[in-house]
Design a protein. Structure first.
Length: 225
């Protein structure tokens, strides 16, 4: 099986991360992954990118984490571009945008999450509601996102109860389920992701497989923990 991390933050771009590009490559190759999606916090989230910069300069800075991991990985690990978009404590993972596309999409910063997810679906971009019950197992701040195509039903940085609630939410809404580590450090005890019987050829291939209901969520113990 080919295993892929779908939720990873690099210290270059995500202010809450302690994971360097070099550590990310060592972490995932050492644990037998075939690839990783770098989903750093976008410009409206916990980013290292200066908010006073012009928009296009911010996008170039935002992509530095992804570029650094890709440069370190060379041919040892597939590295794909993603992002985590935040709105008032609720987050979505977006797959299918890249640096070039974002340069022309300053408008998304003004969108609410439902409008953003509807826009993404129209453009072939996959939107997944990330860790919907992440706040220490509390559901009082929970917000539904009806237009999100998927829900992160397994986030290995969260508690079993948080993930059980996320799975129930996914099943109740009939949404596609994904798994990811939400990794911020090399020593995170448990990792997760999506596994497939064949290697991914592109981000669009990943999106198509998730939309068809393909792939399995997996978890494993991190050998570096």
């Amino acid at each position: 099986m080919f295993r892929y991390e779908t939720h990873c933050h690099i210290a270059t771009t995500s202010a809450c991360s302690r994971l360097s590009p070099e550590e990310a490559v060592e972490l995932y190759t050492g644990n037998g992954y075939s690839g990783v999606f770098i989903t750093d916090h976008f410009l409206n989230g916990n980013t290292t990118v200066g908010r006073g910069l012009p928009y296009k300069e911010r996008i170039h800075a935002f992509a530095e984490g992804y570029r650094a991991v890709k440069a370190c990985a060379k041919d040892r690990l597939q590295v794909f571009f993603g992002l985590e978009f935040s709105d008032r404590g609720t987050d979505v993972l977006l797959y299918g945008l890249d640096e070039e596309a974002l340069l022309c999409r300053e408008d998304i910063l003004a969108m609410d999450l439902d409008a953003l997810c509807r826009d993404c679906k129209d453009r072939g971009i996959l939107a997944v509601h990330a860790h919907p019950f992440r706040d220490a197992e509390r559901a009082d701040g929970f917000r539904m996102i009806p237009s999100a195509e998927g829900i992160e039903a397994m986030n290995s940085a969260r508690s079993p109860l948080s993930n059980a609630l996320a799975r129930t939410y996914s099943e109740g809404c009939g949404k596609r389920m994904t798994g990811g580590s939400d990794c911020h450090a090399k020593d995170q005890p448990v990792l997760s992701g999506m596994q497939f019987p064949t290697k991914l050829s592109s981000v669009q291939d990943f999106i198509a497989r998730i939309r068809r209901g393909e792939g399995e969520i997996f978890t494993l113990k991190n050998i570096f923990a």
